[in-house]
Design a protein around this ligand. Structure first.
Ligand code: DGY
Length: 438
């Protein structure tokens, strides 16, 4: 196991850029928002200075309105599309004038990442000082979400682009895209030069992705206009779980540092409302899991994906409901000849075990599932998720995503997507170190 940790550290060191970490060479050559959060958790185990730097660099690119972009283009690179000149984030009046970025965001993980850094730190007073320095920025980010992404004041925030979900090409979005009449754009894909196109979104899907961006750009990334006009407007259980988990972490961290009682009080109000709305609106009794809500077309999207179980990590369901979810998880995803946990329902005809978010296993989701299941006392299943994650990486390396089918794994097997992928390495370090933690 020590060997695996050493290899993981090597991956993170080779992707380190001096003040942030790229997710993966070639395929993702800039700083990505939620990647950085997960990466910081791994860095914290062997170099807390780098972990803090990772987060600070991301927060430095925060906009004047509290928004944190999904990509920060710190450097030049011609290996990625769409780059800064396509996103044109400067169109928004509050965009950073120091950093080029996208104008869409990603799941808000930084709140709980700060709490993870506190958990991992051996020098608690140093990390408390750091948390004091940055916590208000994260609070401002949550304030941005509640004030700009919740048009009906429900306690649930929307995403307006599938790239904001982190689960880019999930079949969950298919019914939305079917309704959108996107033009055929002329552009040069870069991702498919690095990775087998079979494992990446299709051209048609990219047309939709660009079309939604074009609408946002046309309105200078104005949130009100986006809420009114974007054909993609979704309340996503993964995204809202991340916000709720991070709310809780911020509440506990404000309590720890004993400052800004008014922020803590506000967070508690958001939290109560969000958890209630989440439970009332996003749980589907028949499916036995949380699902997405299509706010543009006013209907639930009746598919189960790995996002459906991330509310366990945020402590959202009560114990009864959690048990129901676990039953669904085992029934749909738990075949003995599959590793856990596929990113999309393996019993669905839309399941594809090699294509990005349409089936393959992702280590960040497994990490959350492991923690969530354990918190509810489902220890056997929790350890199965943890052990499957470690076994996959040990067998074939630090890939971006993994085919769930066990029979495919031989000594020559390769994983899917990018190689030497940073959050895979970072979270494996965390999973392996956990037993040594006090
Ligand atoms: C990609 O390029 O696939 C990214 O996930 C978008 O952020």
């Amino acid at each position: 196991m020590k060997e695996l940790v050493k290899k993981a550290i090597k991956v993170l060191e080779s992707n380190w850029q001096g003040n942030f970490t790229i997710p993966c060479k070639g395929l993702y050559p800039f700083q990505w928002n939620w990647d950085s959060g997960f990466i910081a958790i791994g860095l914290a185990h062997f170099d807390m200075t780098k972990a803090k730097k990772e987060i600070s660099t991301l927060l430095n690119a925060q906009w004047g309105n509290g928004f944190i972009p999904h990509i920060i283009f710190h450097n030049e690179s011609d290996t990625y599309f769409p780059g800064p000149d396509y996103h044109c984030a400067h169109l928004h009046p509050h965009a950073s004038n120091k950093y080029k970025s996208s104008g869409i965001t990603q799941p808000p993980v930084i709140g709980f990442v700060l709490q993870e850094l506190y958990r991992i730190a051996t020098n608690k007073s140093d990390i408390i000082r750091y948390i004091e320095e940055v916590i208000d920025k994260v609070y401002q980010n949550h304030k941005y979400f509640y004030e700009n992404r919740d048009p009906f004041n429900e306690g649930l925030v929307y995403i307006y682009h599938n790239w904001e979900s982190g689960t880019d090409n999930s079949p969950v979005w298919d019914s939305i895209f079917e309704k959108i009449n996107s033009p055929e754009y002329n552009f040069k894909r870069r991702d498919t030069a690095h990775v087998d196109p079979e494992q990446r979104p299709s051209k048609k899907e990219y047309d939709h992705y660009l079309h939604i961006l074009e609408i946002a750009k046309k309105h200078h990334y104005d949130d009100e206009k986006i809420a009114e006009l974007s054909p993609f407007l979704v309340q996503d259980p993964l995204f809202n779980s991340m916000l709720i988990k991070s709310n809780q972490s911020l509440i506990e961290l404000y309590d720890l540092i004993g400052k800004k009682q008014e922020n803590m009080a506000q967070l508690k109000k958001w939290q109560e409302k969000s958890i209630r709305a989440f439970n009332e609106k996003l749980f589907d009794e028949e499916l036995g899991a949380y699902i997405h809500y299509d706010l543009r077309n006013n209907k639930s999207i009746k598919y189960i994906s790995s996002s459906s179980f991330t509310p366990l990590y945020a402590g959202i369901p009560n114990q009864n409901r959690a048990l129901k979810m676990v039953t669904t998880l085992i029934e749909k995803f738990g075949r003995e000849d599959n590793y856990l946990c596929a990113s999309f329902d393996p019993t669905s005809n839309k399941y594809n075990p090699v294509k990005y978010w349409r089936g393959p296993i992702w280590i960040n989701i497994n990490w959350m599932l492991y923690k969530g299941l354990k918190n509810y006392g489902f220890n056997k299943l929790a350890y199965q998720v943890k052990n499957d994650s470690i076994e996959l990486v040990e067998k074939i390396g630090f890939y971006e995503y993994f085919d769930p089918r066990k029979e495919l794994y031989t000594n020559e097997s390769k994983g899917l997507g990018g190689t030497d992928f940073s959050w895979t390495a970072a979270l494996i370090i965390d999973l392996l170190n956990e037993n040594q933690m006090p």
